[in-house]
Design a protein around this ligand. Structure first.
Ligand SMILES: Nc1ncnc2c1ncn2[C@@H]1O[C@H](COP(=O)(O)OP(=O)(O)OP(=O)(O)O)[C@@H](O)[C@H]1O
Ligand SMILES: [Mg+2]
Length: 267
């Protein structure tokens, strides 16, 4: 694995007036990897991702980007290196799709905010890589949920970051686009960027991520290769569900199957 780009050291965090606490989380994200963060609703995945993106300050511990504390960067400096796609982004802007993607270039623009030839090329490439080029002139707010999600991913790509933090980026995508986006992220990681994805799609995580982190109630309960984290007992306890782990007969990746009322249990 490559150089560590983003590092979380002994971070704790609690919301004012709330009970939830993220407890002593440490993890490194390296060049060339896709790290998946999984865990049940409310386990702290989005909170951790916001901490990693410098949007929330830990009460204790430190997040650093390429060795420097993340709080020492201005938002604009940070945005040249780190891109963040929130779980529930603002999706009502009355801009064209191309304008929304061009916003990804903001951290690079001079005071007159003109896009130069390189900026335009990057925007067009991001549109085509997410199969959104045909939507370019559409008004963003008129798009379907999955189309919006692809355009927002394009806007993150246009930022040309070295670290990408994506909160459930494929939640609204159909199987074709989910596969394309995950393949794209995997390809970018191979070119040397670090990708962190939060997802509820355990099987996609198992197939596409190099490493997984399982969170439960604000703590990391396990981290490691998918085969180490995709464990029957561990997942069943974390998700409070009867989870069985099999091997995907086609890809060989560990595959979670949830049994429950209504399923024809094979035993
Ligand atoms: N702004 C906030 N103020 C107070 N509590 C919050 C705030 N944001 C989140 N929480 C609480 O912190 C806990 C962790 O939330 P978080 O959004 O990190 O969970 P998550 O793992 O991303 O869940 P999900 O899978 O539902 O997206 C939850 O109990 C949530 O209610
Ligand atoms: Mg979340």
């Amino acid at each position: 694995m490559g150089t560590v780009l983003l590092s979380v050291r002994d971070c704790s965090f609690g919301y004012k007036g709330g009970d939830f606490r993220l407890r002593d989380v440490s993890l490194d994200v390296s060049r060339g990897e896709v790290l998946g963060i999984i865990g049940p609703n409310g386990s702290g995945k989005s909170t951790l991702l916001r901490l990693m993106g410098g949007f929330q300050r830990p009460d204790g511990g430190e997040v650093s980007l390429q060795g420097a504390p993340i709080r020492s960067f201005s938002r604009r400096e940070l945005a040249r290196d780190l891109a963040f796609l929130p779980q529930n982004p603002e999706t009502s802007f009355r801009f064209s799709v191309r304008q929304v993607v061009a916003m990804g270039r903001y951290p690079y623009l001079g005071s007159f905010a003109f896009l130069n030839r390189h900026d335009v090329e990057v925007v067009e490439r991001a549109l085509s890589e997410t199969e959104s080029a045909a939507l370019g002139e559409r008004s963003f707010f008129t798009l379907s949920g999955g189309e919006k999600q692809r355009v927002l991913i394009a806007s993150v790509l246009a930022q040309e970051p070295s670290v990408m933090l994506l909160d459930e980026p494929t939640a609204a995508l159909d199987i074709h686009h989910r596969c394309e986006v995950l393949g794209l992220l995997r390809g970018l990681s191979r070119k040397g960027i670090a990708v962190v994805v939060v997802t509820h799609d355990l099987n996609a995580a198992s197939q596409f991520c190099n490493r997984l982190v399982l969170l439960a109630e604000g703590s990391v309960v396990r981290r490691g290769a998918p085969r180490e984290v995709m464990d029957r007992e561990l997942l069943s306890r974390a998700y409070r569900a009867d989870v069985r782990v099999a091997r995907n007969p086609i890809t060989g990746a560990p595959m979670a199957v949830v049994l429950g009322e209504g399923s024809d249990e094979a035993g």
